[in-house]
Design a binder for this molecule. Structure first.
Ligand SMILES: [Zn+2]
Ligand SMILES: [Zn+2]
Length: 430
């Protein structure tokens, strides 16, 4: 079966846009071409030149770099004749030994376990495209579910911020593993860039297609069709599970607004102690200082570390507040048909969803500094409860974004099945 399943006309495949639910027939794409939704401009499909070899090679190289990053010294720090050297794994191991198990497990998951699983899964699935290995459906499902929780890029940003904070008082030396980790980040990013999701699922099983040709420009809901968000298959609305990936599929996520609002309220409640309670304890020449997110920002600003102070302020204060406020606003719009403006709000939703995970940077800075700065009364850093609470805020807002169904923003917008007909039904190919 070619990567593009073919409908009754012999040249295209029916898709429902995951963001606005508009039904469109995709032409068979050539290598390097992309197809975008005609109504909301969301990317519907992108064809890679070689769907098998590049992702497998990038993923294998990334795994090799991750292995090297764990084998050799990562970073060392010298202060007043004392030297501390850590390995990459120590970032979570030290936290675990200091009885911050929840933070240690979280850090280990998002910078080691999940990224490693994703790379292994890509290799397995790519080999599976050639040799039909078992359990590919489950591996693919878990891969796409875990992808947003791989935060190696954010950890790299956290490392750079930590270096800027420490370099004024200590001598920092970068080990071989640090450079291996940088390469791992790049290769990990590149692997997902060249991963052809459509071709991957098509290699597992052809996309199920409705028997009759449906009208473009109508929504899936109006034609009693729904989209599997996991594998992009289109199925009748009565069918409970996707016949290709066995995921439970809903025409609209059940109780989406209620779940999103509940998670947002939880994030609001957690945000207060996360900012009031200290996230980090610093010991310097026997003097103990507990710092909150805001006091840490003020200290950096007073020390003249303006770029880092601005990044921390944006990531830890501005982004969570804006994300929570925007998500509340989108919930309000989705429940108020007369106000809903689908395209603009759809873009805003995608933006806050993408940028929200970067708030984790401050937590990773604390985790890394706690692992590296261990000189007893001379200089030490310890994580405090505020860091755990702030991580909980970030996770809760990420879950809120996942619970929100963006199609609700479009349900009252013009389409062919609404009174104000949506006329332009040509798919946009770039
Ligand atoms: Zn769309
Ligand atoms: Zn599916």
């Amino acid at each position: 079966m070619s990567p593009n399943s073919v409908d009754g006309t012999g040249n295209s495949e029916l898709v429902l846009c995951p963001h606005c639910d508009l039904a469109q027939y995709l032409p068979v794409l050539a290598a390097g071409e992309e197809a975008h939704c005609d109504r909301c401009q969301q990317q519907l499909d992108a064809r890679q030149y070689d769907p098998i070899l590049p992702p497998a090679l990038y993923a294998a190289s990334a795994l090799l770099m991750l292995l090297l990053a764990n084998l050799f010294p990562f970073v060392s720090m010298a202060i007043a004749g004392n030297r501390s050297e850590i390995h990459f794994f120590d970032t979570s191991a030290v936290l675990f030994n200091q009885f911050h198990q929840s933070l240690a497990i979280l850090v280990w998951l998002i910078i080691q376990a999940v990224p490693a699983f994703c790379m292994l899964a890509v290799i397995y699935l790519k080999i599976g495209m050639l040799y039909r290995l078992p359990a590919r459906i489950w591996v693919a499902r878990v891969l796409f579910m875990l992808k947003p929780w791989s935060m190696v890029d954010i950890f790299l940003m956290g490392l750079l911020i930590s270096f800027v904070k420490l370099v004024a008082t200590a001598e920092i030396s970068l080990g071989m593993s640090f450079w291996a980790f940088c390469l791992f980040c790049l290769l990990h990013l590149r692997t997902f860039q060249v991963l052809d999701r459509h071709a991957l699922w098509a290699s597992i099983a052809p996309s199920p297609q409705p028997v009759l040709r449906v009208k473009e420009g109508h929504t899936g809901l109006s034609m009693q069709l729904k989209l599997c968000h996991c594998c992009t298959a289109v199925m009748p609305i009565q069918q409970k599970r996707c016949s290709r990936c066995y995921t439970r599929v809903y025409a609209r996520l059940p109780a989406s607004l209620q779940k999103t609002l509940a998670l947002l309220l939880t994030a609001c409640v957690l945000y207060i102690p996360a900012n009031v309670l200290p996230i980090m304890r610093t010991v310097s020449l026997g003097e103990i200082t507990d710092s909150t997110i805001i006091s840490g920002f003020i200290l950096m600003w007073q020390n003249g570390e303006y770029p880092v102070a601005i990044i921390i302020f944006l990531a830890s204060v501005v982004i969570p507040i804006i994300k929570i406020a925007v998500m509340f606003w989108l919930c309000f719009l989705a429940s108020t048909p007369t106000l809903s403006k689908g395209k603009r709000n759809g873009i805003i939703y995608q933006l806050v969803d993408w940028v929200g995970r970067w708030s984790m940077v401050d937590v990773l800075v604390v985790a890394f500094m706690a692992a590296l700065v261990r000189f007893g009364l001379l200089a030490s850093v310890y994580p405090k409860i505020g860091a755990v609470l702030f991580a909980a805020v970030v996770i809760t807002t990420m879950l809120a974004a996942v619970s929100f169904d963006p199609r609700l923003l479009w349900d009252h917008q013009p389409s062919a099945d609404n009174p104000q007909a949506y006329l332009n039904t040509e798919g946009v190919i770039k």
